[in-house]
Design a binder for this molecule. Structure first.
Ligand SMILES: Nc1nc2c(ncn2[C@@H]2O[C@H](COP(=O)(O)OP(=O)(O)O)[C@@H](O)[C@H]2O)c(=O)[nH]1
Ligand SMILES: [Mg+2]
Length: 332
């Protein structure tokens, strides 16, 4: 039996093998995923991002444990992406704790990804890994990324719901990073609420949120019935700010509640479909670009690109014009 049959049948070894093939950008993996593609699109995808050390791994672990409790609980796939330090400090510690708590639950599958393995580009490889887990039947997929760069923001953007995690006691440099990722937050969490400074962190987030979403903040403030013609208030989502102590499992139930509410909001407003559409559009667009570039490169006579490069370096031609010339058929 091949991978495309074994993976949906619940064969975990086959799934692990498929993920490795995808991480290594192997044709066999892409072929298997292509055969499985019709099975995807079922999972609820949740991104968890934030600075290193805020407690994301611990939170994801507790979230998975919480989600797995009770009747009819969803199966959970976890993808941990930590390009900065896959083998050091918090990442590996968090992963170890996770392994211990969740080990033995057949309804949970954990995959840690190292960026060095992601030959096809980290964001793209992560999409593929998530699609494979989706095809394997995991109903809820948690993606942990370190919110440090564009790649992580791109990954978070593909989730249906994005949780941005903050914690007290982080430096000013971290503060600057946060401004960018605040815009993608559907749910904000101040973890380590047991530490001093948690209240200030909550206040700071509330203030930043007001800057990032003036309209939303305004509405949360004045509510419906204000002077301006009311936008459909039920269509607005105001990211809640929740406090958690992940190490003790505090605030996890409220977080799960917020995720359910956001899910309901996405369904009600049709935003779920539009987010999915945007995700597929971005994926298709990126793949098309790769295909066209590869085809173009294969069709070039040796040295054409280098010759153009030399001319640009000699200032004989501007880069944009050189690119236009290179993209047009030779001699045109
Ligand atoms: N005091 C406190 N420590 C926490 C909490 N959550 C996580 N930690 C600790 O913070 C460190 C980093 O956690 P980790 O989950 O690896 O963070 P990540 O880098 O964001 O994934 C670990 O030592 C955790 O035990 C919390 O709620 N309170
Ligand atoms: Mg981590």
């Amino acid at each position: 039996m091949d991978l495309a049959e074994r993976v949906p049948a619940g064969d975990r070894l086959a799934l692990a093998r498929l993920l490795t093939l995808l991480e290594n950008d192997q044709t066999e993996g892409h072929d298997a995923l292509a055969a499985l593609y019709a099975r995807t699109g079922q999972a609820q995808i949740i991104g968890i991002t934030g600075a290193s050390g805020t407690g994301k791994s611990t939170l994801v672990n507790k979230l998975a444990l919480g989600l797995r409790q009770g009747e009819g609980s969803p199966t959970v796939g976890i993808v941990a992406v930590d390009p900065s330090s896959p083998y050091t400090g918090g990442a590996i510690l968090g992963d170890r704790i996770r392994m211990r708590d969740l080990a033995g639950d057949p309804g949970v599958f954990i995959r840690s990804m190292a960026s060095r393995g992601a030959l096809g580009g980290l964001a793209h490889t992560t999409f593929s890994v998530v699609e494979a887990l989706d095809a394997a039947g995991f109903e809820l997929i948690l993606i942990e990324t370190v919110g440090a760069g564009q790649t992580e923001v791109d990954i978070a953007r593909t989730a249906h719901t994005t949780i941005v995690v903050d914690a007290p006691g982080l430096g000013d440099d971290v503060q600057a990073i946060k401004a960018g990722i605040l815009e993608i937050a559907d749910v904000l969490v101040v973890n380590k609420a047991d530490l001093p400074g948690a209240d200030q962190a909550m206040q700071l987030l509330r203030a930043s949120l007001q800057l990032a979403h003036p309209t939303r903040a305004e509405w949360s403030h004045h509510g419906p019935g204000a002077l301006a013609p009311a936008p459909a208030v039920e269509c607005l989502w105001i990211p809640p700010i929740l406090a958690t102590v992940a190490t003790q499992g505090q605030g996890i139930e409220a977080l799960i509640g917020a995720l359910e509410q956001h899910r309901a909001h996405l369904l009600k407003t049709g935003e779920l479909a539009s987010r999915q559409r945007e995700r597929v559009r971005a994926e298709l667009d990126g793949l098309l670009r790769d295909q066209l570039a590869a085809r173009w490169r294969a069709a070039q006579p040796d040295g054409r690109f280098e010759a153009a490069l030399e001319r640009v370096l000699r200032r004989e031609i501007a880069p944009r014009r050189a690119a236009v010339e290179l993209a047009s058929p030779e001699g045109a």
